[in-house]
Design a protein around this ligand. Structure first.
Ligand SMILES: Nc1ncnc2c1ncn2[C@@H]1O[C@H](COP(=O)(O)OP(=O)(O)OP(=O)(O)O)[C@@H](O)[C@H]1O
Length: 226
């Protein structure tokens, strides 16, 4: 369960203070597919960064399964991100000189497994996201956008995260590849992972269980689908 209470994130700029996130409260039950939508500049990416402990709130609290995320030290934030969160980005953020398998193995480095165990796990994750055979040995530049996004989802799953945070995961994909990614994310939700996506893609938002609409740093509408 993710519990967000009265969270703000203010930035000081030359022009004054920007309230990027301005008093946001919501809960997301474990195993929910949640979309955060809203116009450009409404605060979606800032909120996602706070949920993933990539940034700390100015005030308020964020609890994931009882852990006070906002209160973690910098060192514990690193561990929290590695062990509890899987990140998926619009531009995939894969390491260009590592194969698909190498990219998926990267987050496992600290898990104490041997290299062959890590490789075996990476192969099974890539199989799970539908990237098979010789494609697993290719560099990201030799894969299509949809395939690269599947590698990034496999990488996000490497340490069995409780929460997957995806920023515009279908933003660079055509409709066929988008549908594949959405159904993959839905499958993860069915298996009990909580998935939160920031998206402008109406097709993706329509497939989620809960939509939070942001405006000027606030959640102005909450729509739960049964
Ligand atoms: N580091 C920063 N310093 C100052 N202002 C910032 C910073 N990061 C974000 N902002 C401002 O906070 C507001 C929210 O930005 P944010 O990137 O969260 O919006 P968004 O909804 O994700 O937009 P988009 O859909 O364009 O990605 C914007 O006004 C933005 O300019």
């Amino acid at each position: 369960m993710l519990h967000v209470s009265e969270v703000t994130r203010h930035f000081s700029t030359g022009a004054g203070q920007v309230k990027a996130v301005d008093g946001v409260s919501f809960d997301v039950e474990t195993g929910t597919f949640c979309a955060i939508v809203g116009r450009s500049g409404s605060g979606k990416s800032t909120l996602l960064a706070l949920l993933g402990a990539l940034d700390s709130p100015t005030s308020g609290s964020i609890h994931l399964d009882g852990v006070d995320v906002a209160g973690l030290s910098a060192r514990k934030q690193v561990i929290y991100r590695r062990d509890r969160i899987g990140f998926v980005f619009q531009n995939y953020h894969l390491v260009s000189n590592l194969s698909a398998i190498g990219n998926v193995m990267l987050p496992m480095e600290f898990a104490g497994a041997s290299r062959s165990q890590r490789r075996e796990h990476a192969v099974s994750l890539l199989d799970r996201v539908g990237l098979h055979g010789d494609k697993q040995d290719r560099l990201p530049g030799k894969l299509s956008g949809g395939e690269q996004q599947r590698v990034s989802i496999a990488r996000a799953l490497a340490n069995q995260p409780a929460l997957i945070l995806a920023d515009e995961p279908t933003g660079n994909l055509d409709s066929r590849n988008s549908k594949r990614i959405v159904s993959l994310l839905r499958q993860l939700v069915e298996e009990g992972t909580t998935v939160i996506v920031v998206t402008h893609d109406r097709g993706l938002a329509a497939k989620t269980d809960l939509t939070l609409s942001m405006k000027d740093g606030q959640i102005v509408h909450r729509q739960a689908k049964v």
